[in-house]
Design a binder for this molecule. Sequence first.
Ligand SMILES: Cc1cc2nc3c(=O)[nH]c(=O)nc-3n(C[C@H](O)[C@H](O)[C@H](O)COP(=O)(O)OP(=O)(O)OC[C@H]3O[C@@H](n4cnc5c(N)ncnc54)[C@H](O)[C@@H]3O)c2cc1C
Length: 410
Amino acid sequence: MDFTLRPYTEEQTSFRQEVRAWLEQTIPEEMKRPIDMRGITQEQYLWWREMRKKLAAKGWLYPTYSKQYGGGGLTGEHETILDEEFDRAGTVRGWNNGWAMSAILVWGTEEQRQRFLKPLVTGEKITWYKLTEPQSGADLAGIQTRAERDGDDWLITGQNVFISGENAPGFPDLLFGPAITDPNAPRHRNMGVFMIPVPSKGLEIRQMNLLGGNEQHFIFLDHVRVPGDHLIGGDHQGWQVAMSAAEQEHGGRGQAFPRDPVLDNLVSYARNTKRNGSTLGKDPMVQQTTMQAYLEAHVGGLLARRTFWMYNNRMEVNHEGAMANVHGREHTLRNAIRVRDVMGMYASLGTRDPLAPHSGAQDVSQRGLAGQHHAGGSTNIMKVILARRIGISRTKERPAVTPSSAGLGG
Ligand SMILES: Cc1cc2nc3c(=O)[nH]c(=O)nc-3n(C[C@H](O)[C@H](O)[C@H](O)COP(=O)(O)OP(=O)(O)OC[C@H]3O[C@@H](n4cnc5c(N)ncnc54)[C@H](O)[C@@H]3O)c2cc1C
């Protein structure tokens, strides 16, 4: 991908046509992504679980992962085209934790990549990302989950909160998460990262009831037995492994297609809603509010796209991801307020209300944004990271190793 604007090549254009035609033929109307993913039916879920395997077989599920690990071996431009076409076709995305996958790619042995990573890339399995504990969120080094040796195995005991994942039967297959392996070692050198099979004896997953929905979970582990070869990296290297995942989580891979449906809906609402014989967008206040939202979203999109371009070109991504992350967390909240200013109470009507603009998409997104300042380590922490990366903090911080900086694709 080149960040300078150039028309798509012939090969890219025909790739887009191939993807579009295939998706149009393959996804029936009733299987398209619902506005609220919590409304996904059992039938849709099972259909998409199979569909993910088909997408993977074409190399489209994780296009930039190498073929060796079940990916497409494709470029960042292909990923952008795929994301655009997936969005257009109503494709259900997500489910797997890509940040955990990056860390396995960087730190796993070849045997572990084949065993843990490949089934994730090919859509056979799903992993969740299990870091946060009741007393340690922003301060990941404060985790208390313990891993004790028992012969060749480890016995893991602890608990987690806020762990994201779909509430679907059979989800997840694996948990990726750190545990203290050596309580006497100094902070940051006392933990390992494990792939924990689900189900396991002593492991319990429970839904959390949050405003945004029920996609977060409590996890309880009571002497859960994990084989020694499920440790990714060394038993004192967990901090580095977790940081490779967090680097991606904090924006270090950027985004191939940073579409902003909230903004698109706001602009269309201002353009098309009639009030007092005119469209809402003719009102100077609405115009100004909508334009401000547009500008902020556009800047956010450019920042995320630039990081993606740098990542794919194996350039050193330093502060760029953190900058896009801070801007993204803050401008989407400002835009949520602007949406309410323009739509008024209509912004709060849910998916079942016939008067809800855009079938209730605003309500779904506004409730999701309630956790915005906390998910992924909090906005304040992102500001700390940004300050360290641009050199205005007491301490400096270098980016963690990613598949890009390790030359592994992904
Ligand atoms: C929707 C959602 C999804 C999530 N999904 C996952 C998931 O899949 N996996 C997972 O492991 N976790 C997940 N989390 C948890 C998330 O990572 C934590 O909420 C986050 O790390 C913050 O931790 P905390 O909530 O315990 O806040 P705390 O760590 O208690 O922080 C409270 C406040 O203090 C501030 N603060 C703390 N320390 C500092 C400091 N040193 N400097 C400046 N300010 C500081 C924080 O910024 C925050 O504002 C999710 C959370 C949400 C809301």
